[in-house]
Design a protein around this ligand. Structure first.
Ligand SMILES: [Ca+2]
Length: 372
């Protein structure tokens, strides 16, 4: 476990705090920036913003009080601007889970960026929820956005009590396609594959449609093309049994039939056939019981100031309030992990072009972490 030491702020802004974390031979500096405007609000809950980093170093943040706004933050001068709304707030309920789930730039130049945006939203009768992916164009000169086209809408539309477990994470493949995770939405019929449709699935999407890659995912909140060729996904299990999986085509990862987590009881939305088991299905390469609630995955840059952590994986967590450092050997076997405590629920996690780890937190902060 890393050690967190708060030191007096050195920034002119009262909203900025610096601290030092020492963890297994590396000393890290963490800058924490509180941005009230980007936090998603809902009855009884708050949520961190979705995060992407543009080629010019600026951050895109998806969130705000109603969860449907995009902001641009320029770390050079600590300037924040609201650049527009992706969808109407009539398409959500007053619940922080109704919010932009991910932002993924596909192509950029000095004038504009084309970015995929995913979000759960109400269906046409207002009683059910679907996950949607739109391509938007951001004018980087004027700081405005334009919605270009819808790429994907999940089916079925799930009864509204179940906006939980949306997933909705994107990973770029090239300028015209991406991987996309769809959760089980807490759907009470998720154990019937004839009606579960697009739920619990990882897709490859482009403007013409979606191709199923793998199934049996409960709530994949992290996805990463590791070493540019292996697809990894993290997911939340039920009462334990959180997983890290290597995603292979036409493979079933088991949910809701098997889980390493504890059994749900009769009052839960679905009861797995077997708990503490993965028999008959693809096993995760790592799992965590009790739950740590894993989110985004990133790979630290090779041959960088991250020294012996270069090229390794970092994973955000909600419940554990830590970054998890994971080392996979050449056969993709996990041979080391440790927890770097940041005392924050990590929602979005990215790596900047200059090797700074950037995270968004449910408390409305941006964290910038780098080796000292
Ligand atoms: Ca599984």
């Amino acid at each position: 476990m890393g050690l967190l030491i708060l030191i007096p702020s050195v920034s002119a802004s009262a909203q900025v705090q610096n601290s030092v974390i020492s963890s297994r031979g590396l000393t890290l500096q963490m800058k924490s920036i509180f941005l009230n405007e980007i936090q998603v609000r809902g009855e009884g809950s708050t949520r961190g913003a979705a995060l992407a980093i543009l080629a010019n170093g600026d951050y895109l943040l998806g969130g705000g009080a109603n969860g449907n706004q995009i902001f641009r933050y320029q770390p050079r001068n600590e300037k924040l601007e609201n650049i527009g709304e992706v969808y109407s707030d009539t398409l959500r309920r007053n619940d922080a889970r109704f919010a932009i789930t991910d932002l993924q730039p596909l192509s950029e130049n000095e004038r504009e960026a084309k970015v995929l945006v995913s979000y759960p939203r109400l269906g046409s009768n207002q009683n059910c929820v679907q996950l949607q992916v739109d391509l938007i164009k951001i004018n980087l000169i004027s700081g405005s956005l334009e919605n270009i086209e819808t790429w994907f809408v999940t089916d079925p539309c799930v009864p509204i009590n179940a906006v939980q477990h949306a997933s909705g994470k994107l990973e770029r493949i090239d300028s015209a396609s991406a991987y996309f995770t769809v959760g089980d939405f807490g759907f009470t019929r998720i154990n019937n594959r004839r009606v579960s449709g697009d739920l619990s699935t990882i897709f490859k999407i482009n403007k013409d449609g979606a191709e199923k890659i793998s199934t049996g995912h409960r709530n994949a909140q992290g996805i990463l093309l590791y070493r540019d060729k292996y697809l990894l996904a993290s997911e939340h299990g039920p009462r334990g049994g959180d997983e890290l999986n290597i995603i292979k085509p036409d493979t079933d990862y088991g949910w809701p039939f098997v889980t390493w987590g504890a059994a749900y009881s009769a009052g839960d939305y679905v009861v797995p056939r077997r708990s503490n088991s993965h028999d008959g299905y693809q096993k995760p390469i790592m799992y965590w019981t009790p739950s740590i609630a894993p989110t985004d995955l990133i790979q630290l840059p090779l041959n960088s100031n991250w020294k012996r952590w270069s090229g390794q994986i970092l994973m955000g967590t909600l419940r554990e309030q830590s970054l998890v450092r994971i080392y996979l050997d050449n056969d993709l076997r996990p041979t080391a992990q440790d927890f770097i405590n940041v005392n924050e629920r990590i929602r979005g996690l990215e790596i900047s072009q200059n090797g700074i780890v950037v995270a968004t937190t449910d408390s409305g902060r941006i964290l910038e972490i780098k080796p000292l």
